[in-house]
Design a protein around this ligand. Sequence first.
Ligand code: DX5
Ligand code: ZN
Length: 219
Amino acid sequence: MDSTTILSPSILSSDFLHLGETVGMLEDSKADWIHLDVMDGVFVPNISFGFQVIKDIARVATKPLDVHLMIVDPDRYIPVLEECGAEYACVHYEACTHLNRTLQNIHAHGMKAGVALNPHTPVSAIEYIAQYADMVLIMSVNPGFGGQHFIENTVRKVAETKALLERTGSRALIEVDGGVTAENAKALVAAGADALVAGSAVMSSPDPKAMIDRLKSLR
Ligand code: DX5
Ligand code: ZN
């Protein structure tokens, strides 16, 4: 990746006892966005944190909040997410029966709309929604946990997504989430990724800020 690639560190693997310090570190770093993973224990087998935590982060964060909703029926929470001041509301293709309506709902609440695809979901699933999306999030692990192993065929999937976006005239950004490291970041950007989420690569590093610098300066 180079400095133009958006880096969106996820706080999921950080120490929640020191959340304020983590957000301060991200604010003071070269991170572009802050990635916030909301999990409901139904769509994914884990529960992370809810909207009060996002509201509290929003009070001190100036960087755009990139909210990844791993929840069923996300429409119920779009109004509260607007109150949180989120820039992106990203919902899962697999969790939305009426995805077109959900994206309209997100836009009506003044946010940018993202569509996330699980690793097994083909790129063709977004053929008729890409033009309405501001971001397509390609999962490179099965959602639910930080610190998992990167699924290698994601690089090919990113290239396929890029081709679909060009063909459909979509201007959506491509974000990749899961198992991103300094080792696989370059291949993802070369394949067409515009934004990379990095959770444990940053938060489990002895020097998270230095890791952010490293990810932002890869060539
Ligand atoms: C996983 C989440 C990710 C997670 C990434 O379900 O969507 O955003 O925090 O963590 P790493 O980078 O450790 O895979
Ligand atoms: Zn995520």
